[in-house]
Design a protein around this ligand. Structure first.
Ligand SMILES: [Mg+2]
Length: 377
């Protein structure tokens, strides 16, 4: 990539220390732990298709079953065809048990930091840049966590340690099971260059096909492709691919308790108070820009906008509007906030506004790991 191209990408941030921890064949491992006789069998967590008229899919397969080509989401009927009858064992999923084990794993994570973002029961990102143990080495922390999970809970996991979420996930995938991968900033582009694009987290089959037609098979090929070309072919997703291929992912670890927030609001008191509609609207416009940023970081889309206005006599009014479509766009948020404001502003402006606030609530969410970011459908 030439320098001009590089200018299209944001400046990288390599100062954070991020761990992606992923349990190995989680549900199957829990079942084996609780019934060790299953360990040598090809274990399928999923209902036996012979008892369900052939319905159902594999929830998790252990590593023995995977050797026969069985994987998650495969119809259980197909698994039954691939594995010899004396080898295969079906276990009906026990989600309350998996949730309980997941909670134990999370307790061990929270010994290190509360900056834990769960992706599913068996997978989480940890930002350990600052941590409760005061240990600088993220690798040391990750090894400690992996060892504790094995000793105290009896399960194996894999991790990736590096400076952003995307790379950390690539790292934990890289050497499973019981994997330990550390990617230093200086190694990131080299590591990515060697990966098949199928390994790139978020690139779905359709996009892979299209990339292959463009002669792009590896991260290295992606790195050599002009950002403009990727933008043209895949829009926003192309840009994301270019960022990722170059080891850039600025999205932050959004702690679980933060994700569960029901609303995000900004309000300020004004001294002296506001008498000008223009001033009030300018402030609200700025709030909306900040709300957009906050929501983007969390993957939130608001369905409702609320404004709050208080006058000098401490009379407070809130007005809310349900949006026709969930959004995190500052202009759309502002348009609603402004509409709400003008319905009440005249009275308040005469007396002077002491407090002004905008809140977004009633969120729809997207999950970074659960959407096929690049699928383009
Ligand atoms: Mg897993």
């Amino acid at each position: 990539m030439n320098e001009k191209e590089g200018d299209l990408l944001p400046r990288n941030d390599t100062h954070r220390r991020i761990i992606h921890l992923d349990m190995d064949a989680f549900y199957a491992s829990v079942e084996t732990r609780d019934n060790p006789r299953l360990a040598k069998k090809a274990l399928i967590v999923g209902r036996d298709p012979r008892e369900t008229n052939g319905h159902g899919v594999v929830t998790t397969a252990n590593y023995v079953a995977r050797k026969y080509g069985v994987h998650s989401a495969m119809p259980t009927m197909k698994a039954l065809r691939l594995i010899p009858r004396d080898q295969i064992v079906f276990v009906t999923p026990n989600f309350p048990k998996y949730r309980a084990v997941s909670a134990e794993i999370h307790q061990l994570m929270h010994e290190i930091t509360d900056q834990v973002q769960s992706i599913s029961l068996d997978e989480a990102y940890l930002d350990v840049t600052e941590n409760k143990l005061g240990i600088k080495s993220a690798l040391q922390l990750a090894v400690r966590l992996q060892t504790k999970i094995r000793q105290e809970i009896g399960l194996n996991s894999s991790f990736g340690v590096t400076y952003n979420k995307f790379l950390a996930k690539m790292g934990s995938e890289y050497s499973k099971p019981f994997g330990r991968t550390i990617i230093l900033p200086s190694e990131a582009k080299g590591f990515l260059a060697k990966q098949e694009i199928a390994q790139f987290h978020g690139i779905g089959p359709k996009t892979q096909e299209k990339l292959h037609k463009m002669g792009i098979y590896t991260g290295g090929d992606l790195q050599k492709t002009p950002v403009r070309t990727l933008l043209k072919q895949f829009n926003k997703m192309g840009y994301l691919m270019a960022e990722h291929a170059n080891g850039i992912d600025l999205s932050r670890v959004v702690a679980d308790d933060e994700r569960n927030r029901k609303s995000i609001g900004i309000e300020r008191t004004y001294e002296p108070s506001i008498f000008s509609e223009q001033t009030a609207l300018t402030n609200m416009r700025n709030y909306c820009a900040r709300l957009e940023e906050e929501m983007r970081e969390r993957g939130f889309y608001a369905n409702t906008v609320v404004i709050k206005v208080r006058n000098l006599d401490f009379v407070t009014v809130t007005k809310r509007r349900k949006l026709s479509q969930a959004t995190n766009d500052k202009n759309e948020l502002y348009a609603s906030a402004k509409d709400l404001f003008v319905t009440i502003s005249s009275g308040y402006l005469n007396e002077g506004i002491r407090l002004l606030g905008v809140t977004v609530t009633d969120f729809s969410r997207t999950d970074y790991a659960q959407i096929d970011l690049f699928s383009g459908n």
